[in-house]
Design a protein around this ligand. Structure first.
Ligand SMILES: [Zn+2]
Length: 120
């Protein structure tokens, strides 16, 4: 078995979809961290999200200080998914700029692609 080929396949196939309308939102490989906090619970920090609409830009006081953020909603069903970090005030938080917070409760693994890999 060619392990490398297998892994490449996973990278393009393991998707997360919107819980409400099942449209594809992100690839598993876009997840930078699984230990972030959203407004209503645990969240992912993600490099790239598709099929979303950006809300109004605003300054928000978060656990890690003041950030300029914009809410993100599912482009298809308008459910609020989290937010995008546009600007972080403090240097140690700058790595989050341009990244997204996606609440875990709003997305689920797309099982049409995941169930081929039942060992996970
Ligand atoms: Zn949706």
């Amino acid at each position: 078995m060619d392990k490398r080929k297998h892994r490449n396949y996973l990278e393009s196939q393991l998707l997360f979809s919107c819980n409400s309308c099942h449209c594809h939102l992100l690839d598993q490989t876009s997840i930078i961290s699984r230990n972030f906090q959203g407004r209503n619970g645990p969240a992912y920090l993600v490099n790239h999200v598709t099929n979303i609409t950006l809300g109004t830009k605003e300054e928000r006081m978060l656990l890690t200080g003041i950030h300029t953020v914009a809410d993100i909603v599912c482009a298809q069903c308008q459910v609020k998914l989290g937010w995008k970090y546009l600007r972080a005030l403090e240097e140690p938080q700058k790595y989050k700029e341009g990244k997204y917070i996606v609440e875990k409760s709003k997305v689920s693994k797309d099982f049409t692609s995941w169930d081929q890999f039942i060992i996970y």
